[in-house]
Design a protein around this ligand. Structure first.
Ligand SMILES: [Cu+2]
Length: 321
């Protein structure tokens, strides 16, 4: 494919990189041509735009996949504008538990810089979202990568994204993150903040861990740009468990190229949440509620309900199949 190696990158510049002539560098890269030139220029060429908006405009001019919004297609009848080198399925797998498994298949993927991945929505309601500081998370994508995300799409839709910048990317599905809908992509040599393991929450006290994660959960959705007082969140609950599975270590992904969901430890796939207090019906102190869960419209979630409306973290491990 006609990868724009100059974009390398899809990224926007850090403060330290600003002031350099983007146009000039892109011209130079074109003149030199291809990945070899890029390698020669090294990290100095790791960014091509000052802002996500500029990165988008440059991609548009070059007829490339949008580095922020990717390329969404509502149905698979639509021909992709570029030929993807890899495919990842977004699936829901029923199991003997109130909540099904939400799966990226493969869950670990190795690709080369500049390659495009097609994410197939085999069920609706999902997203493919970067663990990016602009989204309120600790950085788990390479520095300079813009905050990118797929939209929710219908079943049968797909989303394309070109991973220009080398490094380790951790991705999640926003609606199902807490249920473990997350994956890791290694682009070229493992590098960047996600090349390092996530903090070991088991190193501290277990109860503290649960409280910390609950706190970050409560912080979800609040504006972090103003005041900057909110702590950036780690991948939450199920996503943390999946992303800390040894089978998904970056080096393991490099070795295996594709790591299946089936290769993960069952303990990494367990449910950590029990929803209580829904629906919040007046006059019912406790009860059993049946709610729809998942994206397939099936009624699968039987939960005990109280009226306090809280979502609690649990440490039970007997809910997975
Ligand atoms: Cu999902």
């Amino acid at each position: 494919m006609t990868v724009n190696h100059a974009r390398t990158m899809g990224g926007f510049q850090t403060d330290a990189e600003r002031g350099e002539s983007t146009t000039k560098r892109r011209t130079v890269l074109r003149a030199l041509g291809g990945a070899g030139a890029l390698a020669a220029l090294g990290s100095a060429s790791a960014s091509a735009a000052d802002t996500p908006a500029e990165a988008r405009e440059l991609a548009r001019q070059d007829g490339e996949i949008d580095p922020v919004y990717g390329y969404p297609a509502q149905t698979d009848d639509e021909d992709p504008p570029v030929s993807p080198q890899h495919e990842v399925a977004l699936e829901i797998r029923p199991r003997d538990a109130p909540i099904p498994e939400f799966v990226f298949e493969p869950t670990g993927l190795y690709i080369e810089s500049g390659e495009t991945v097609r994410f197939n929505y085999e069920s609706p309601h999902h997203t493919v979202t970067a663990y990016h500081p602009e989204f309120g998370y600790v950085p788990r994508v390479p520095d300079g990568v813009p905050p990118f995300s797929a939209p929710a799409l219908p079943e049968g839709g797909y989303w394309l994204y070109t991973f220009d910048q080398e490094g380790v990317y951790e991705l999640h599905c926003a609606p199902h993150e807490i249920f473990g809908h997350a994956m890791r992509i290694v682009v070229g040599s493992p590098s960047g903040p996600a090349a390092d393991p996530l903090p070991d929450l088991c190193a501290g006290e277990g109860t503290t861990t649960a409280e910390e994660m609950t706190t970050t959960e409560e912080a979800d959705g609040e504006t972090t740009a103003e005041g900057g007082e909110e702590e950036p969140a780690l991948p939450r609950f199920g996503a943390y468990a999946v992303l800390t599975d040894p089978a998904l270590a970056p080096d393991a992904i490099v070795d295996e190229r594709r790591v299946s969901w089936d290769d993960l430890d069952p303990a990494s796939k367990q449910l950590f949440l029990r929803v209580e207090g829904f629906p919040p019906c007046p006059g019912q102190a406790t009860g059993t509620a049946t709610t729809e869960t998942g994206s397939d419209g099936e009624t699968t979630d039987e939960t005990e309900a109280t009226t306090d409306g809280e979502t609690e973290a649990t440490t039970t491990d007997d809910e997975s199949a």
